[in-house]
Design a protein around this ligand. Structure first.
Ligand code: FMN
Length: 303
């Protein structure tokens, strides 16, 4: 019997749906036992969000400051796992606070030490550096990263900013905003992600994970846009300054968060189009570097 642990947290249910789709084929296997563990926070985050609380999680998300999670059920801790499917979402270019808090908990090491892990993210589209942060945390826990699947909203970057923010504030994924497309990972991509479950199942059965990521890539598990990677890198640089500044402003935090929001709106609507134009102009001169970047973010290796 092979034991598989599915770790997830989801506010809207999107990531749970993804987890269910991918896990389906594994659950159908006779000699596989699948356990689900939903990360639960001692102090839950609101959903739908209100503007103030949404931006209030920025400093702690970006600085990867963990919050208290509820104790992990003993029946989850008691088993030894052959494979862990770790699902996470991105908050402010970093692993969400629940994902980060779990990975920084002492129990994470107990569950992950020496265990093959497949990471699965369901984000807007900017997961590249968050995945690097996840890689570092997995390494600290002694986990063996063997595969990565990154599910995103495939519409244009600025369109998804509008639709996802509306979704986060209304709580309704199925609600159309005028002529805009539906927010988040498409239902088609969620439903089709069961294909990854078959591939992961084969690796589990044969206990051979060396070519798992290649097989997942052949199934379109990861798409890398060099432009989005460039925005992610610049965003991380800017967020590192803002988060370090705001976290120290205990008395004036609210006021500075408001300033940050104005800056963020400007950055998204003014700076990111400039980055896009610069990216297009410099593209022919950086083609080799860009190819390397794309290749790197498709793999599960670390620099
Ligand atoms: C506070 C917050 C910040 C977010 N920041 C990002 C981000 O930086 N990059 C990104 O691709 N998605 C971002 N998202 C979208 C999430 O990654 C995720 O797709 C969405 O919250 C749905 O996840 P759920 O399964 O928990 O409902 C953010 C969402 C929230 C709530």
């Amino acid at each position: 019997m092979k034991n598989v642990l599915v770790v997830y947290f989801s506010q809207s249910g999107q990531l749970k749906e993804i987890a269910d789709a991918i896990t389906g084929p594994l659950e159908a296997m006779q000699d596989v036992d699948v356990s689900f563990y939903c990360i639960e926070m001692e102090k839950p985050f609101p959903f739908p969000w209100v503007k103030e609380s949404f931006f209030d999680v920025f400093p702690e998300s970006f600085l990867q400051i963990p919050a208290q999670i509820k104790p992990i059920p003993q029946e989850i801790l008691d088993k030894k796992y052959d494979l862990v499917l770790f699902h996470y979402q991105v908050w402010f270019l970093s692993p969400s606070i629940p994902a980060n808090s779990f990975l920084k908990s002492p129990q994470a090491k107990q569950l992950l030490q020496g265990v093959p892990v497949v990471t699965i993210s369901g984000s807007r589209n900017m997961w590249f550096l968050a995945q690097e942060k996840i890689k570092a945390l997995l390494k600290e826990n002694g986990a063996l990263l063997k595969g990565n699947i990154a599910l995103v909203d495939r519409v244009g970057n600025l369109i998804s900013v509008i639709t996802i923010v509306e979704w986060m504030f209304s709580g309704k994924k199925e609600k159309h905003l005028g002529i805009f497309p539906l927010p988040g990972v498409s239902q088609k991509d969620i439903d089709e992600s069961q294909k990854f479950g078959h591939t992961i199942g084969q690796a589990l059965q044969s206990n051979h994970y060396d070519d798992l990521q290649e097989k997942l890539l052949a199934q379109d598990a990861v798409r890398v846009s060099p432009y989005l990677v460039a925005v992610d890198k610049k965003g991380n640089f800017i967020f590192s300054k803002w988060s370090a500044f705001i976290i120290k402003r205990t008395n004036t935090r609210k006021k500075w968060l408001k300033v940050f929001v104005v800056y963020l709106v400007l950055a998204i609507w003014v700076i990111s189009p400039i980055v896009y134009i610069l990216h297009l102009i410099t593209y022919p001169f950086k083609i080799n570097k860009i190819k390397k970047t794309v290749k790197y973010f498709k793999t599960v290796h670390s620099v």
